[in-house]
Design a protein around this ligand. Sequence first.
Ligand code: C2E
Ligand code: MG
Ligand code: MG
Length: 554
Amino acid sequence: MNGLKKLDSLFEAISVVAEGAYVYLCDMKTNMSRWSKTAVDLFGLPDIYMLDAGAIWAEHIHPDDRENYAQSIDDVFSGKASGHDMQYRASTLDGSYTLCTCRGVVIRDDEGNPEYFGGVIRNHGDFSYIDPVTGLRSLYGYLDDIKGLYNRRVPSFIIMLGLSSFSDINDVYGYNFGNLVLQLLTRRIKQKFANKGAVYRMNGTRFAIITHDLSAKEAAGLYESLRDEVRRDFYVEGEKITLCMNGGAICADRFDISSETFYSCLRYAYAASKRHKFGEFVVFEDVVSMDNRQIIEQLNVIRSCITEECRGFYLCYQPIVDFSTEKLKGMEALIRWKNEDYGIVPPNTFIPFLEQDSLFPELGKWILRRSMEDGKKFLEFSPTLTINVNLSYTQLEQDGFIKDLFEIIRETGFPKSHLCLEITERCRLLDIEMLKDMFSIIRDNGIKIAVDDFGTGFSSLGFLRSIPVDIVKIDREFVKDIQKNDADKHSVKFISELADAFSADVCAEGIETNEVRNCLKEYKICSLQGYYYSKPITADEIMAYFLEKNKGSD
Ligand code: C2E
Ligand code: MG
Ligand code: MG
């Protein structure tokens, strides 16, 4: 077999197992290489066959990475190294750099001399635009297409639909069956929205449809009929499967608002359909109580502020006092955003929208860091205080949450046992085993966990049964009129006894008057929080009004 032919057949063998990475193979005796056509096209290399490809490739490597690369190649060719495993940035045809991981091995001849050097290069900037399961364009395809429409100023109506409880199908029938369900569902979606728009497979079980031909009413009609069909009439391999579908939509018709902001609003509409409307079609404009133009504009500015190191955000702190002594016990960090055009913006008008946003973890980390930095100063004056920080359930969903949390604790030097994380019952929507693992790591480290707004969710009892917590915070709704409302009295009695049965302390929120405070005396409540003691105030005000005067009193 002549040299080039052998090089080719070896090359074909490696390409089969390379799974999407670029393959290279070099005959070290002649220094002739063969490279994948995709790499040649992307990086603008001269040909799939190259003499001295190492030197040609070196020209594409970022100057800062080039020396390392050259050293590694020298070691391979001089026989010193039997392989090569490195990362570097390489320039593509359009001049931009992309991060690559390159792994190769040396194959030796019978005498032990290097004969071939072959391996693969993985391009970390190369996201797949096609979803392998459904064959639809992927999330990356969607993001690209929507940017393209934006650039051409084409208004779109965007629909997101997806399934609830799909993990049950995977658990019961297995992943292959689950994939089959998604494939059949894809077909149904395409049939239903035939020629009306482009369909995409987003993360998980979610799909998007970009359409220019449908009104909100027509889209709702098609969606509802699809939802009905997949609930009643969906068979996979002879098995009847009941699919629960959710759907949200937004009209993206303004080009002064980024496509990412619209994407956040779309996800908000989808989440509203899933959580509050049992899958009914939700159009963003219809569920926002505030003027939706204003909310979208405001969100657009807030998003850009997050990317600018959380510009305009600051924390207020609201004191929490011990019920019996009325001494300051801790405080809750509450976020605010301030801007010239919008003034001081309270969290309820942006947190629920941002929870669906990929930028939210960034803000969440900022909140944790800032509250621990401030908290450290507070502790110098009052060393027994606890700082409560609110977490959104979507933060817990992030892969790196625990790692980030402990990194921030380490970097700020905040004592862990003085931290309390407030979560809401909504986090029950997450995988319960994952939550248990996460909370046991948190609590084993001495950090406390409080359930916020207790009683407003749909599963209060179940929550306490499955997840151990240290504190239960009774929502203001049950407390504010307690002196005149018997139902509230029963609720507070029930909640405080329930918490006690699960060994959790109780904090009552929203105490505005002395009467309300007195009314709570007969229940098992440890701490109080409310305007009666103080509204949320800035860190400087906390220092001035609550801490400096208390210095040494602990
Ligand atoms: P929350 O965690 O239940 O916080 C208590 C809210 O009740 C605060 O509103 C506080 O100002 C208000 N409040 C406290 N005492 C009284 C009272 O006596 N009367 C009345 N009328 N209100 C009282 P705020 O600061 O507007 O926060 C609203 C919600 O936004 C918070 O409810 C929390 O769910 C969310 N939030 C605030 N900061 C953050 C944050 O840093 N991260 C996350 N994920 N959510 C946050
Ligand atoms: Mg809270
Ligand atoms: Mg609360």
